[in-house]
Ligand binder design. Sequence first.
Ligand code: 4NP
Length: 192
Amino acid sequence: MDRAEPARRQPASSRPVDETTDRRIGVLFVCLGNICRSPLAEGAFHHVLAERGLADRFRVDSAGISDFHEGEPPDRRAIAVAKARGIDISGQRSRPVQTGDFLDFDWILAMDGANLTALDGRAPDHATAHVGLLLEVAEGRPAAVPDPYYDGPAEFDAVLDMVTAAAERLADRLTQAVDQAAGGVPPKRRST
Ligand code: 4NP
């Protein structure tokens, strides 16, 4: 599958989100616990979209491979580093990835290779989402966002740096891909 192309969509009747009216780009960030990295990625992406006036073009969420922390807010260290940059993630609640996510979202972006392997193993045959590593899709480098759970504030801050840089590039890439698919930019012609 070419992971740079926008997802093909399911008929609206099989989807919880009404695709006849909802043309937003769906992006789901995924890590293991959904209390450290993916909530920071979700918060950073919301922040970038708001700064650029793009919020209404996207539908953004995050989820965990595990249900270890289901219903819990993000880790207090994640909330603190985000708050220091004016990003409020305290209202988020952890939830596990569900089968329907593979139909509801255009992009499911994993923080590390283990998350990606787990996602690939859970994707239903009729999945329409593009599933990839966040840093590979955003920046073209197949690197992981390291898990800061057993570390301190400096590592949480470093994660926020990484996901913020990735969020900037992701906003560029996904809006360009959709605008091109909509015919905004004509395809290049080969000169013969
Ligand atoms: P996250 O970090 O995947 O970035 O949310 C972790 C959170 C919790 C655990 C591991 C990683 N845990 O083992 O509970």
